[in-house]
Design a protein around this ligand. Structure first.
Ligand code: 3PY
Length: 252
């Protein structure tokens, strides 16, 4: 049986952050995920507690959380190679995730040049994040993004993401298979699932073109969902929906 969660950083965005968990629950979702929702790596404890309460009170489960990734609306896509900022966030993010039973933490690589120096920093910082995440039994995931919407992001294929993961060499560092980004980059997502699903730490979906709900584009979602039955983890709904809330195509 497929388990879906809704990404509250791209859906329900017509509502204030703290109202989104309960809106997701009312829409029939029991699991949520989000990009780092705070300004900066170390928000005030009161803001962290307010988010915990909003998730708990809504009766939904946080199943995935991004580490601090900078100004996402402004085009940042991670701070992994900005060592001081990334490491300042690791304890905070892991503590927040742990307090909510969240076991997936997404470390976006950042708009960094793919130089040997950046690769060394990313590898070292992912190891630190992985070792801290292991304290709560969590997995750190590495995501590939498409170049059309993320022109400065260097991890743009499953192959390059697997290289990053292999360099880190930690069992709890795995791949975030965002099928929309990968399909937009021309990857055969059906073959990827067939051959690499054992390396997936998390899956996110949207349709291509348009990044709308499954069925709004040309991706083979019937075949994708058949193959994901064996995956077992949550599938993050990370699509755009122009109306209020989240369009739940499953009930369409
Ligand atoms: O920035 C995006 O498009 C993402 O998918 C981040 O997880």
């Amino acid at each position: 049986m497929l388990r879906f969660d809704v990404n509250l950083s791209i859906l329900f965005t017509d509502l204030p952050l703290l109202d989104r968990p309960s809106a997701a629950a009312r829409a029939g979702f029991d699991a949520v995920e989000m990009w780092w929702p705070f300004d900066g790596p170390t928000p005030p404890r009161a803001e962290l507690q307010a988010l915990r309460s909003a998730v708990d009170d809504a009766g939904v489960r946080l199943v995935a959380l991004n580490f601090d990734a900078g100004d996402m609306p402004g085009g940042d896509r991670g701070v992994l190679t900005s060592t001081d900022r990334f490491l300042a966030n690791v304890d905070v993010a892991v503590e927040l995730a742990g307090s909510l039973g969240c076991r997936i933490l997404n470390a976006l690589y950042g708009n960094a040049d793919d130089t040997p120096e950046c690769r060394r920093a990313a590898t070292a910082n992912l190891r630190k994040a992985a070792d801290r995440a292991a304290d709560i039994g969590a997995t750190v995931v590495v995501e590939a993004l498409n170049t059309y919407e993320n022109p400065r992001y260097p991890i743009t294929s499953s192959k390059r993401a697997f290289e990053v993961i292999d360099d880190v060499g930690r069992d709890n560092v795995k791949f975030l298979a965002d099928l929309y980004h990968l399909h937009r980059m021309g990857e055969d997502v059906l073959d990827l699932i067939d051959t690499q699903a054992h390396r997936f730490g998390h899956v996110q979906i949207a349709d291509d073109p348009g990044r709308g709900h499954p069925g709004s584009g040309r991706m083979p979602y019937r075949a994708i969902f058949e193959r994901l039955e064996a995956y077992g983890g949550h599938i993050g709904l990370e699509y755009r929906h122009e109306g209020q809330g989240a369009f739940d195509w499953r009930t369409a």
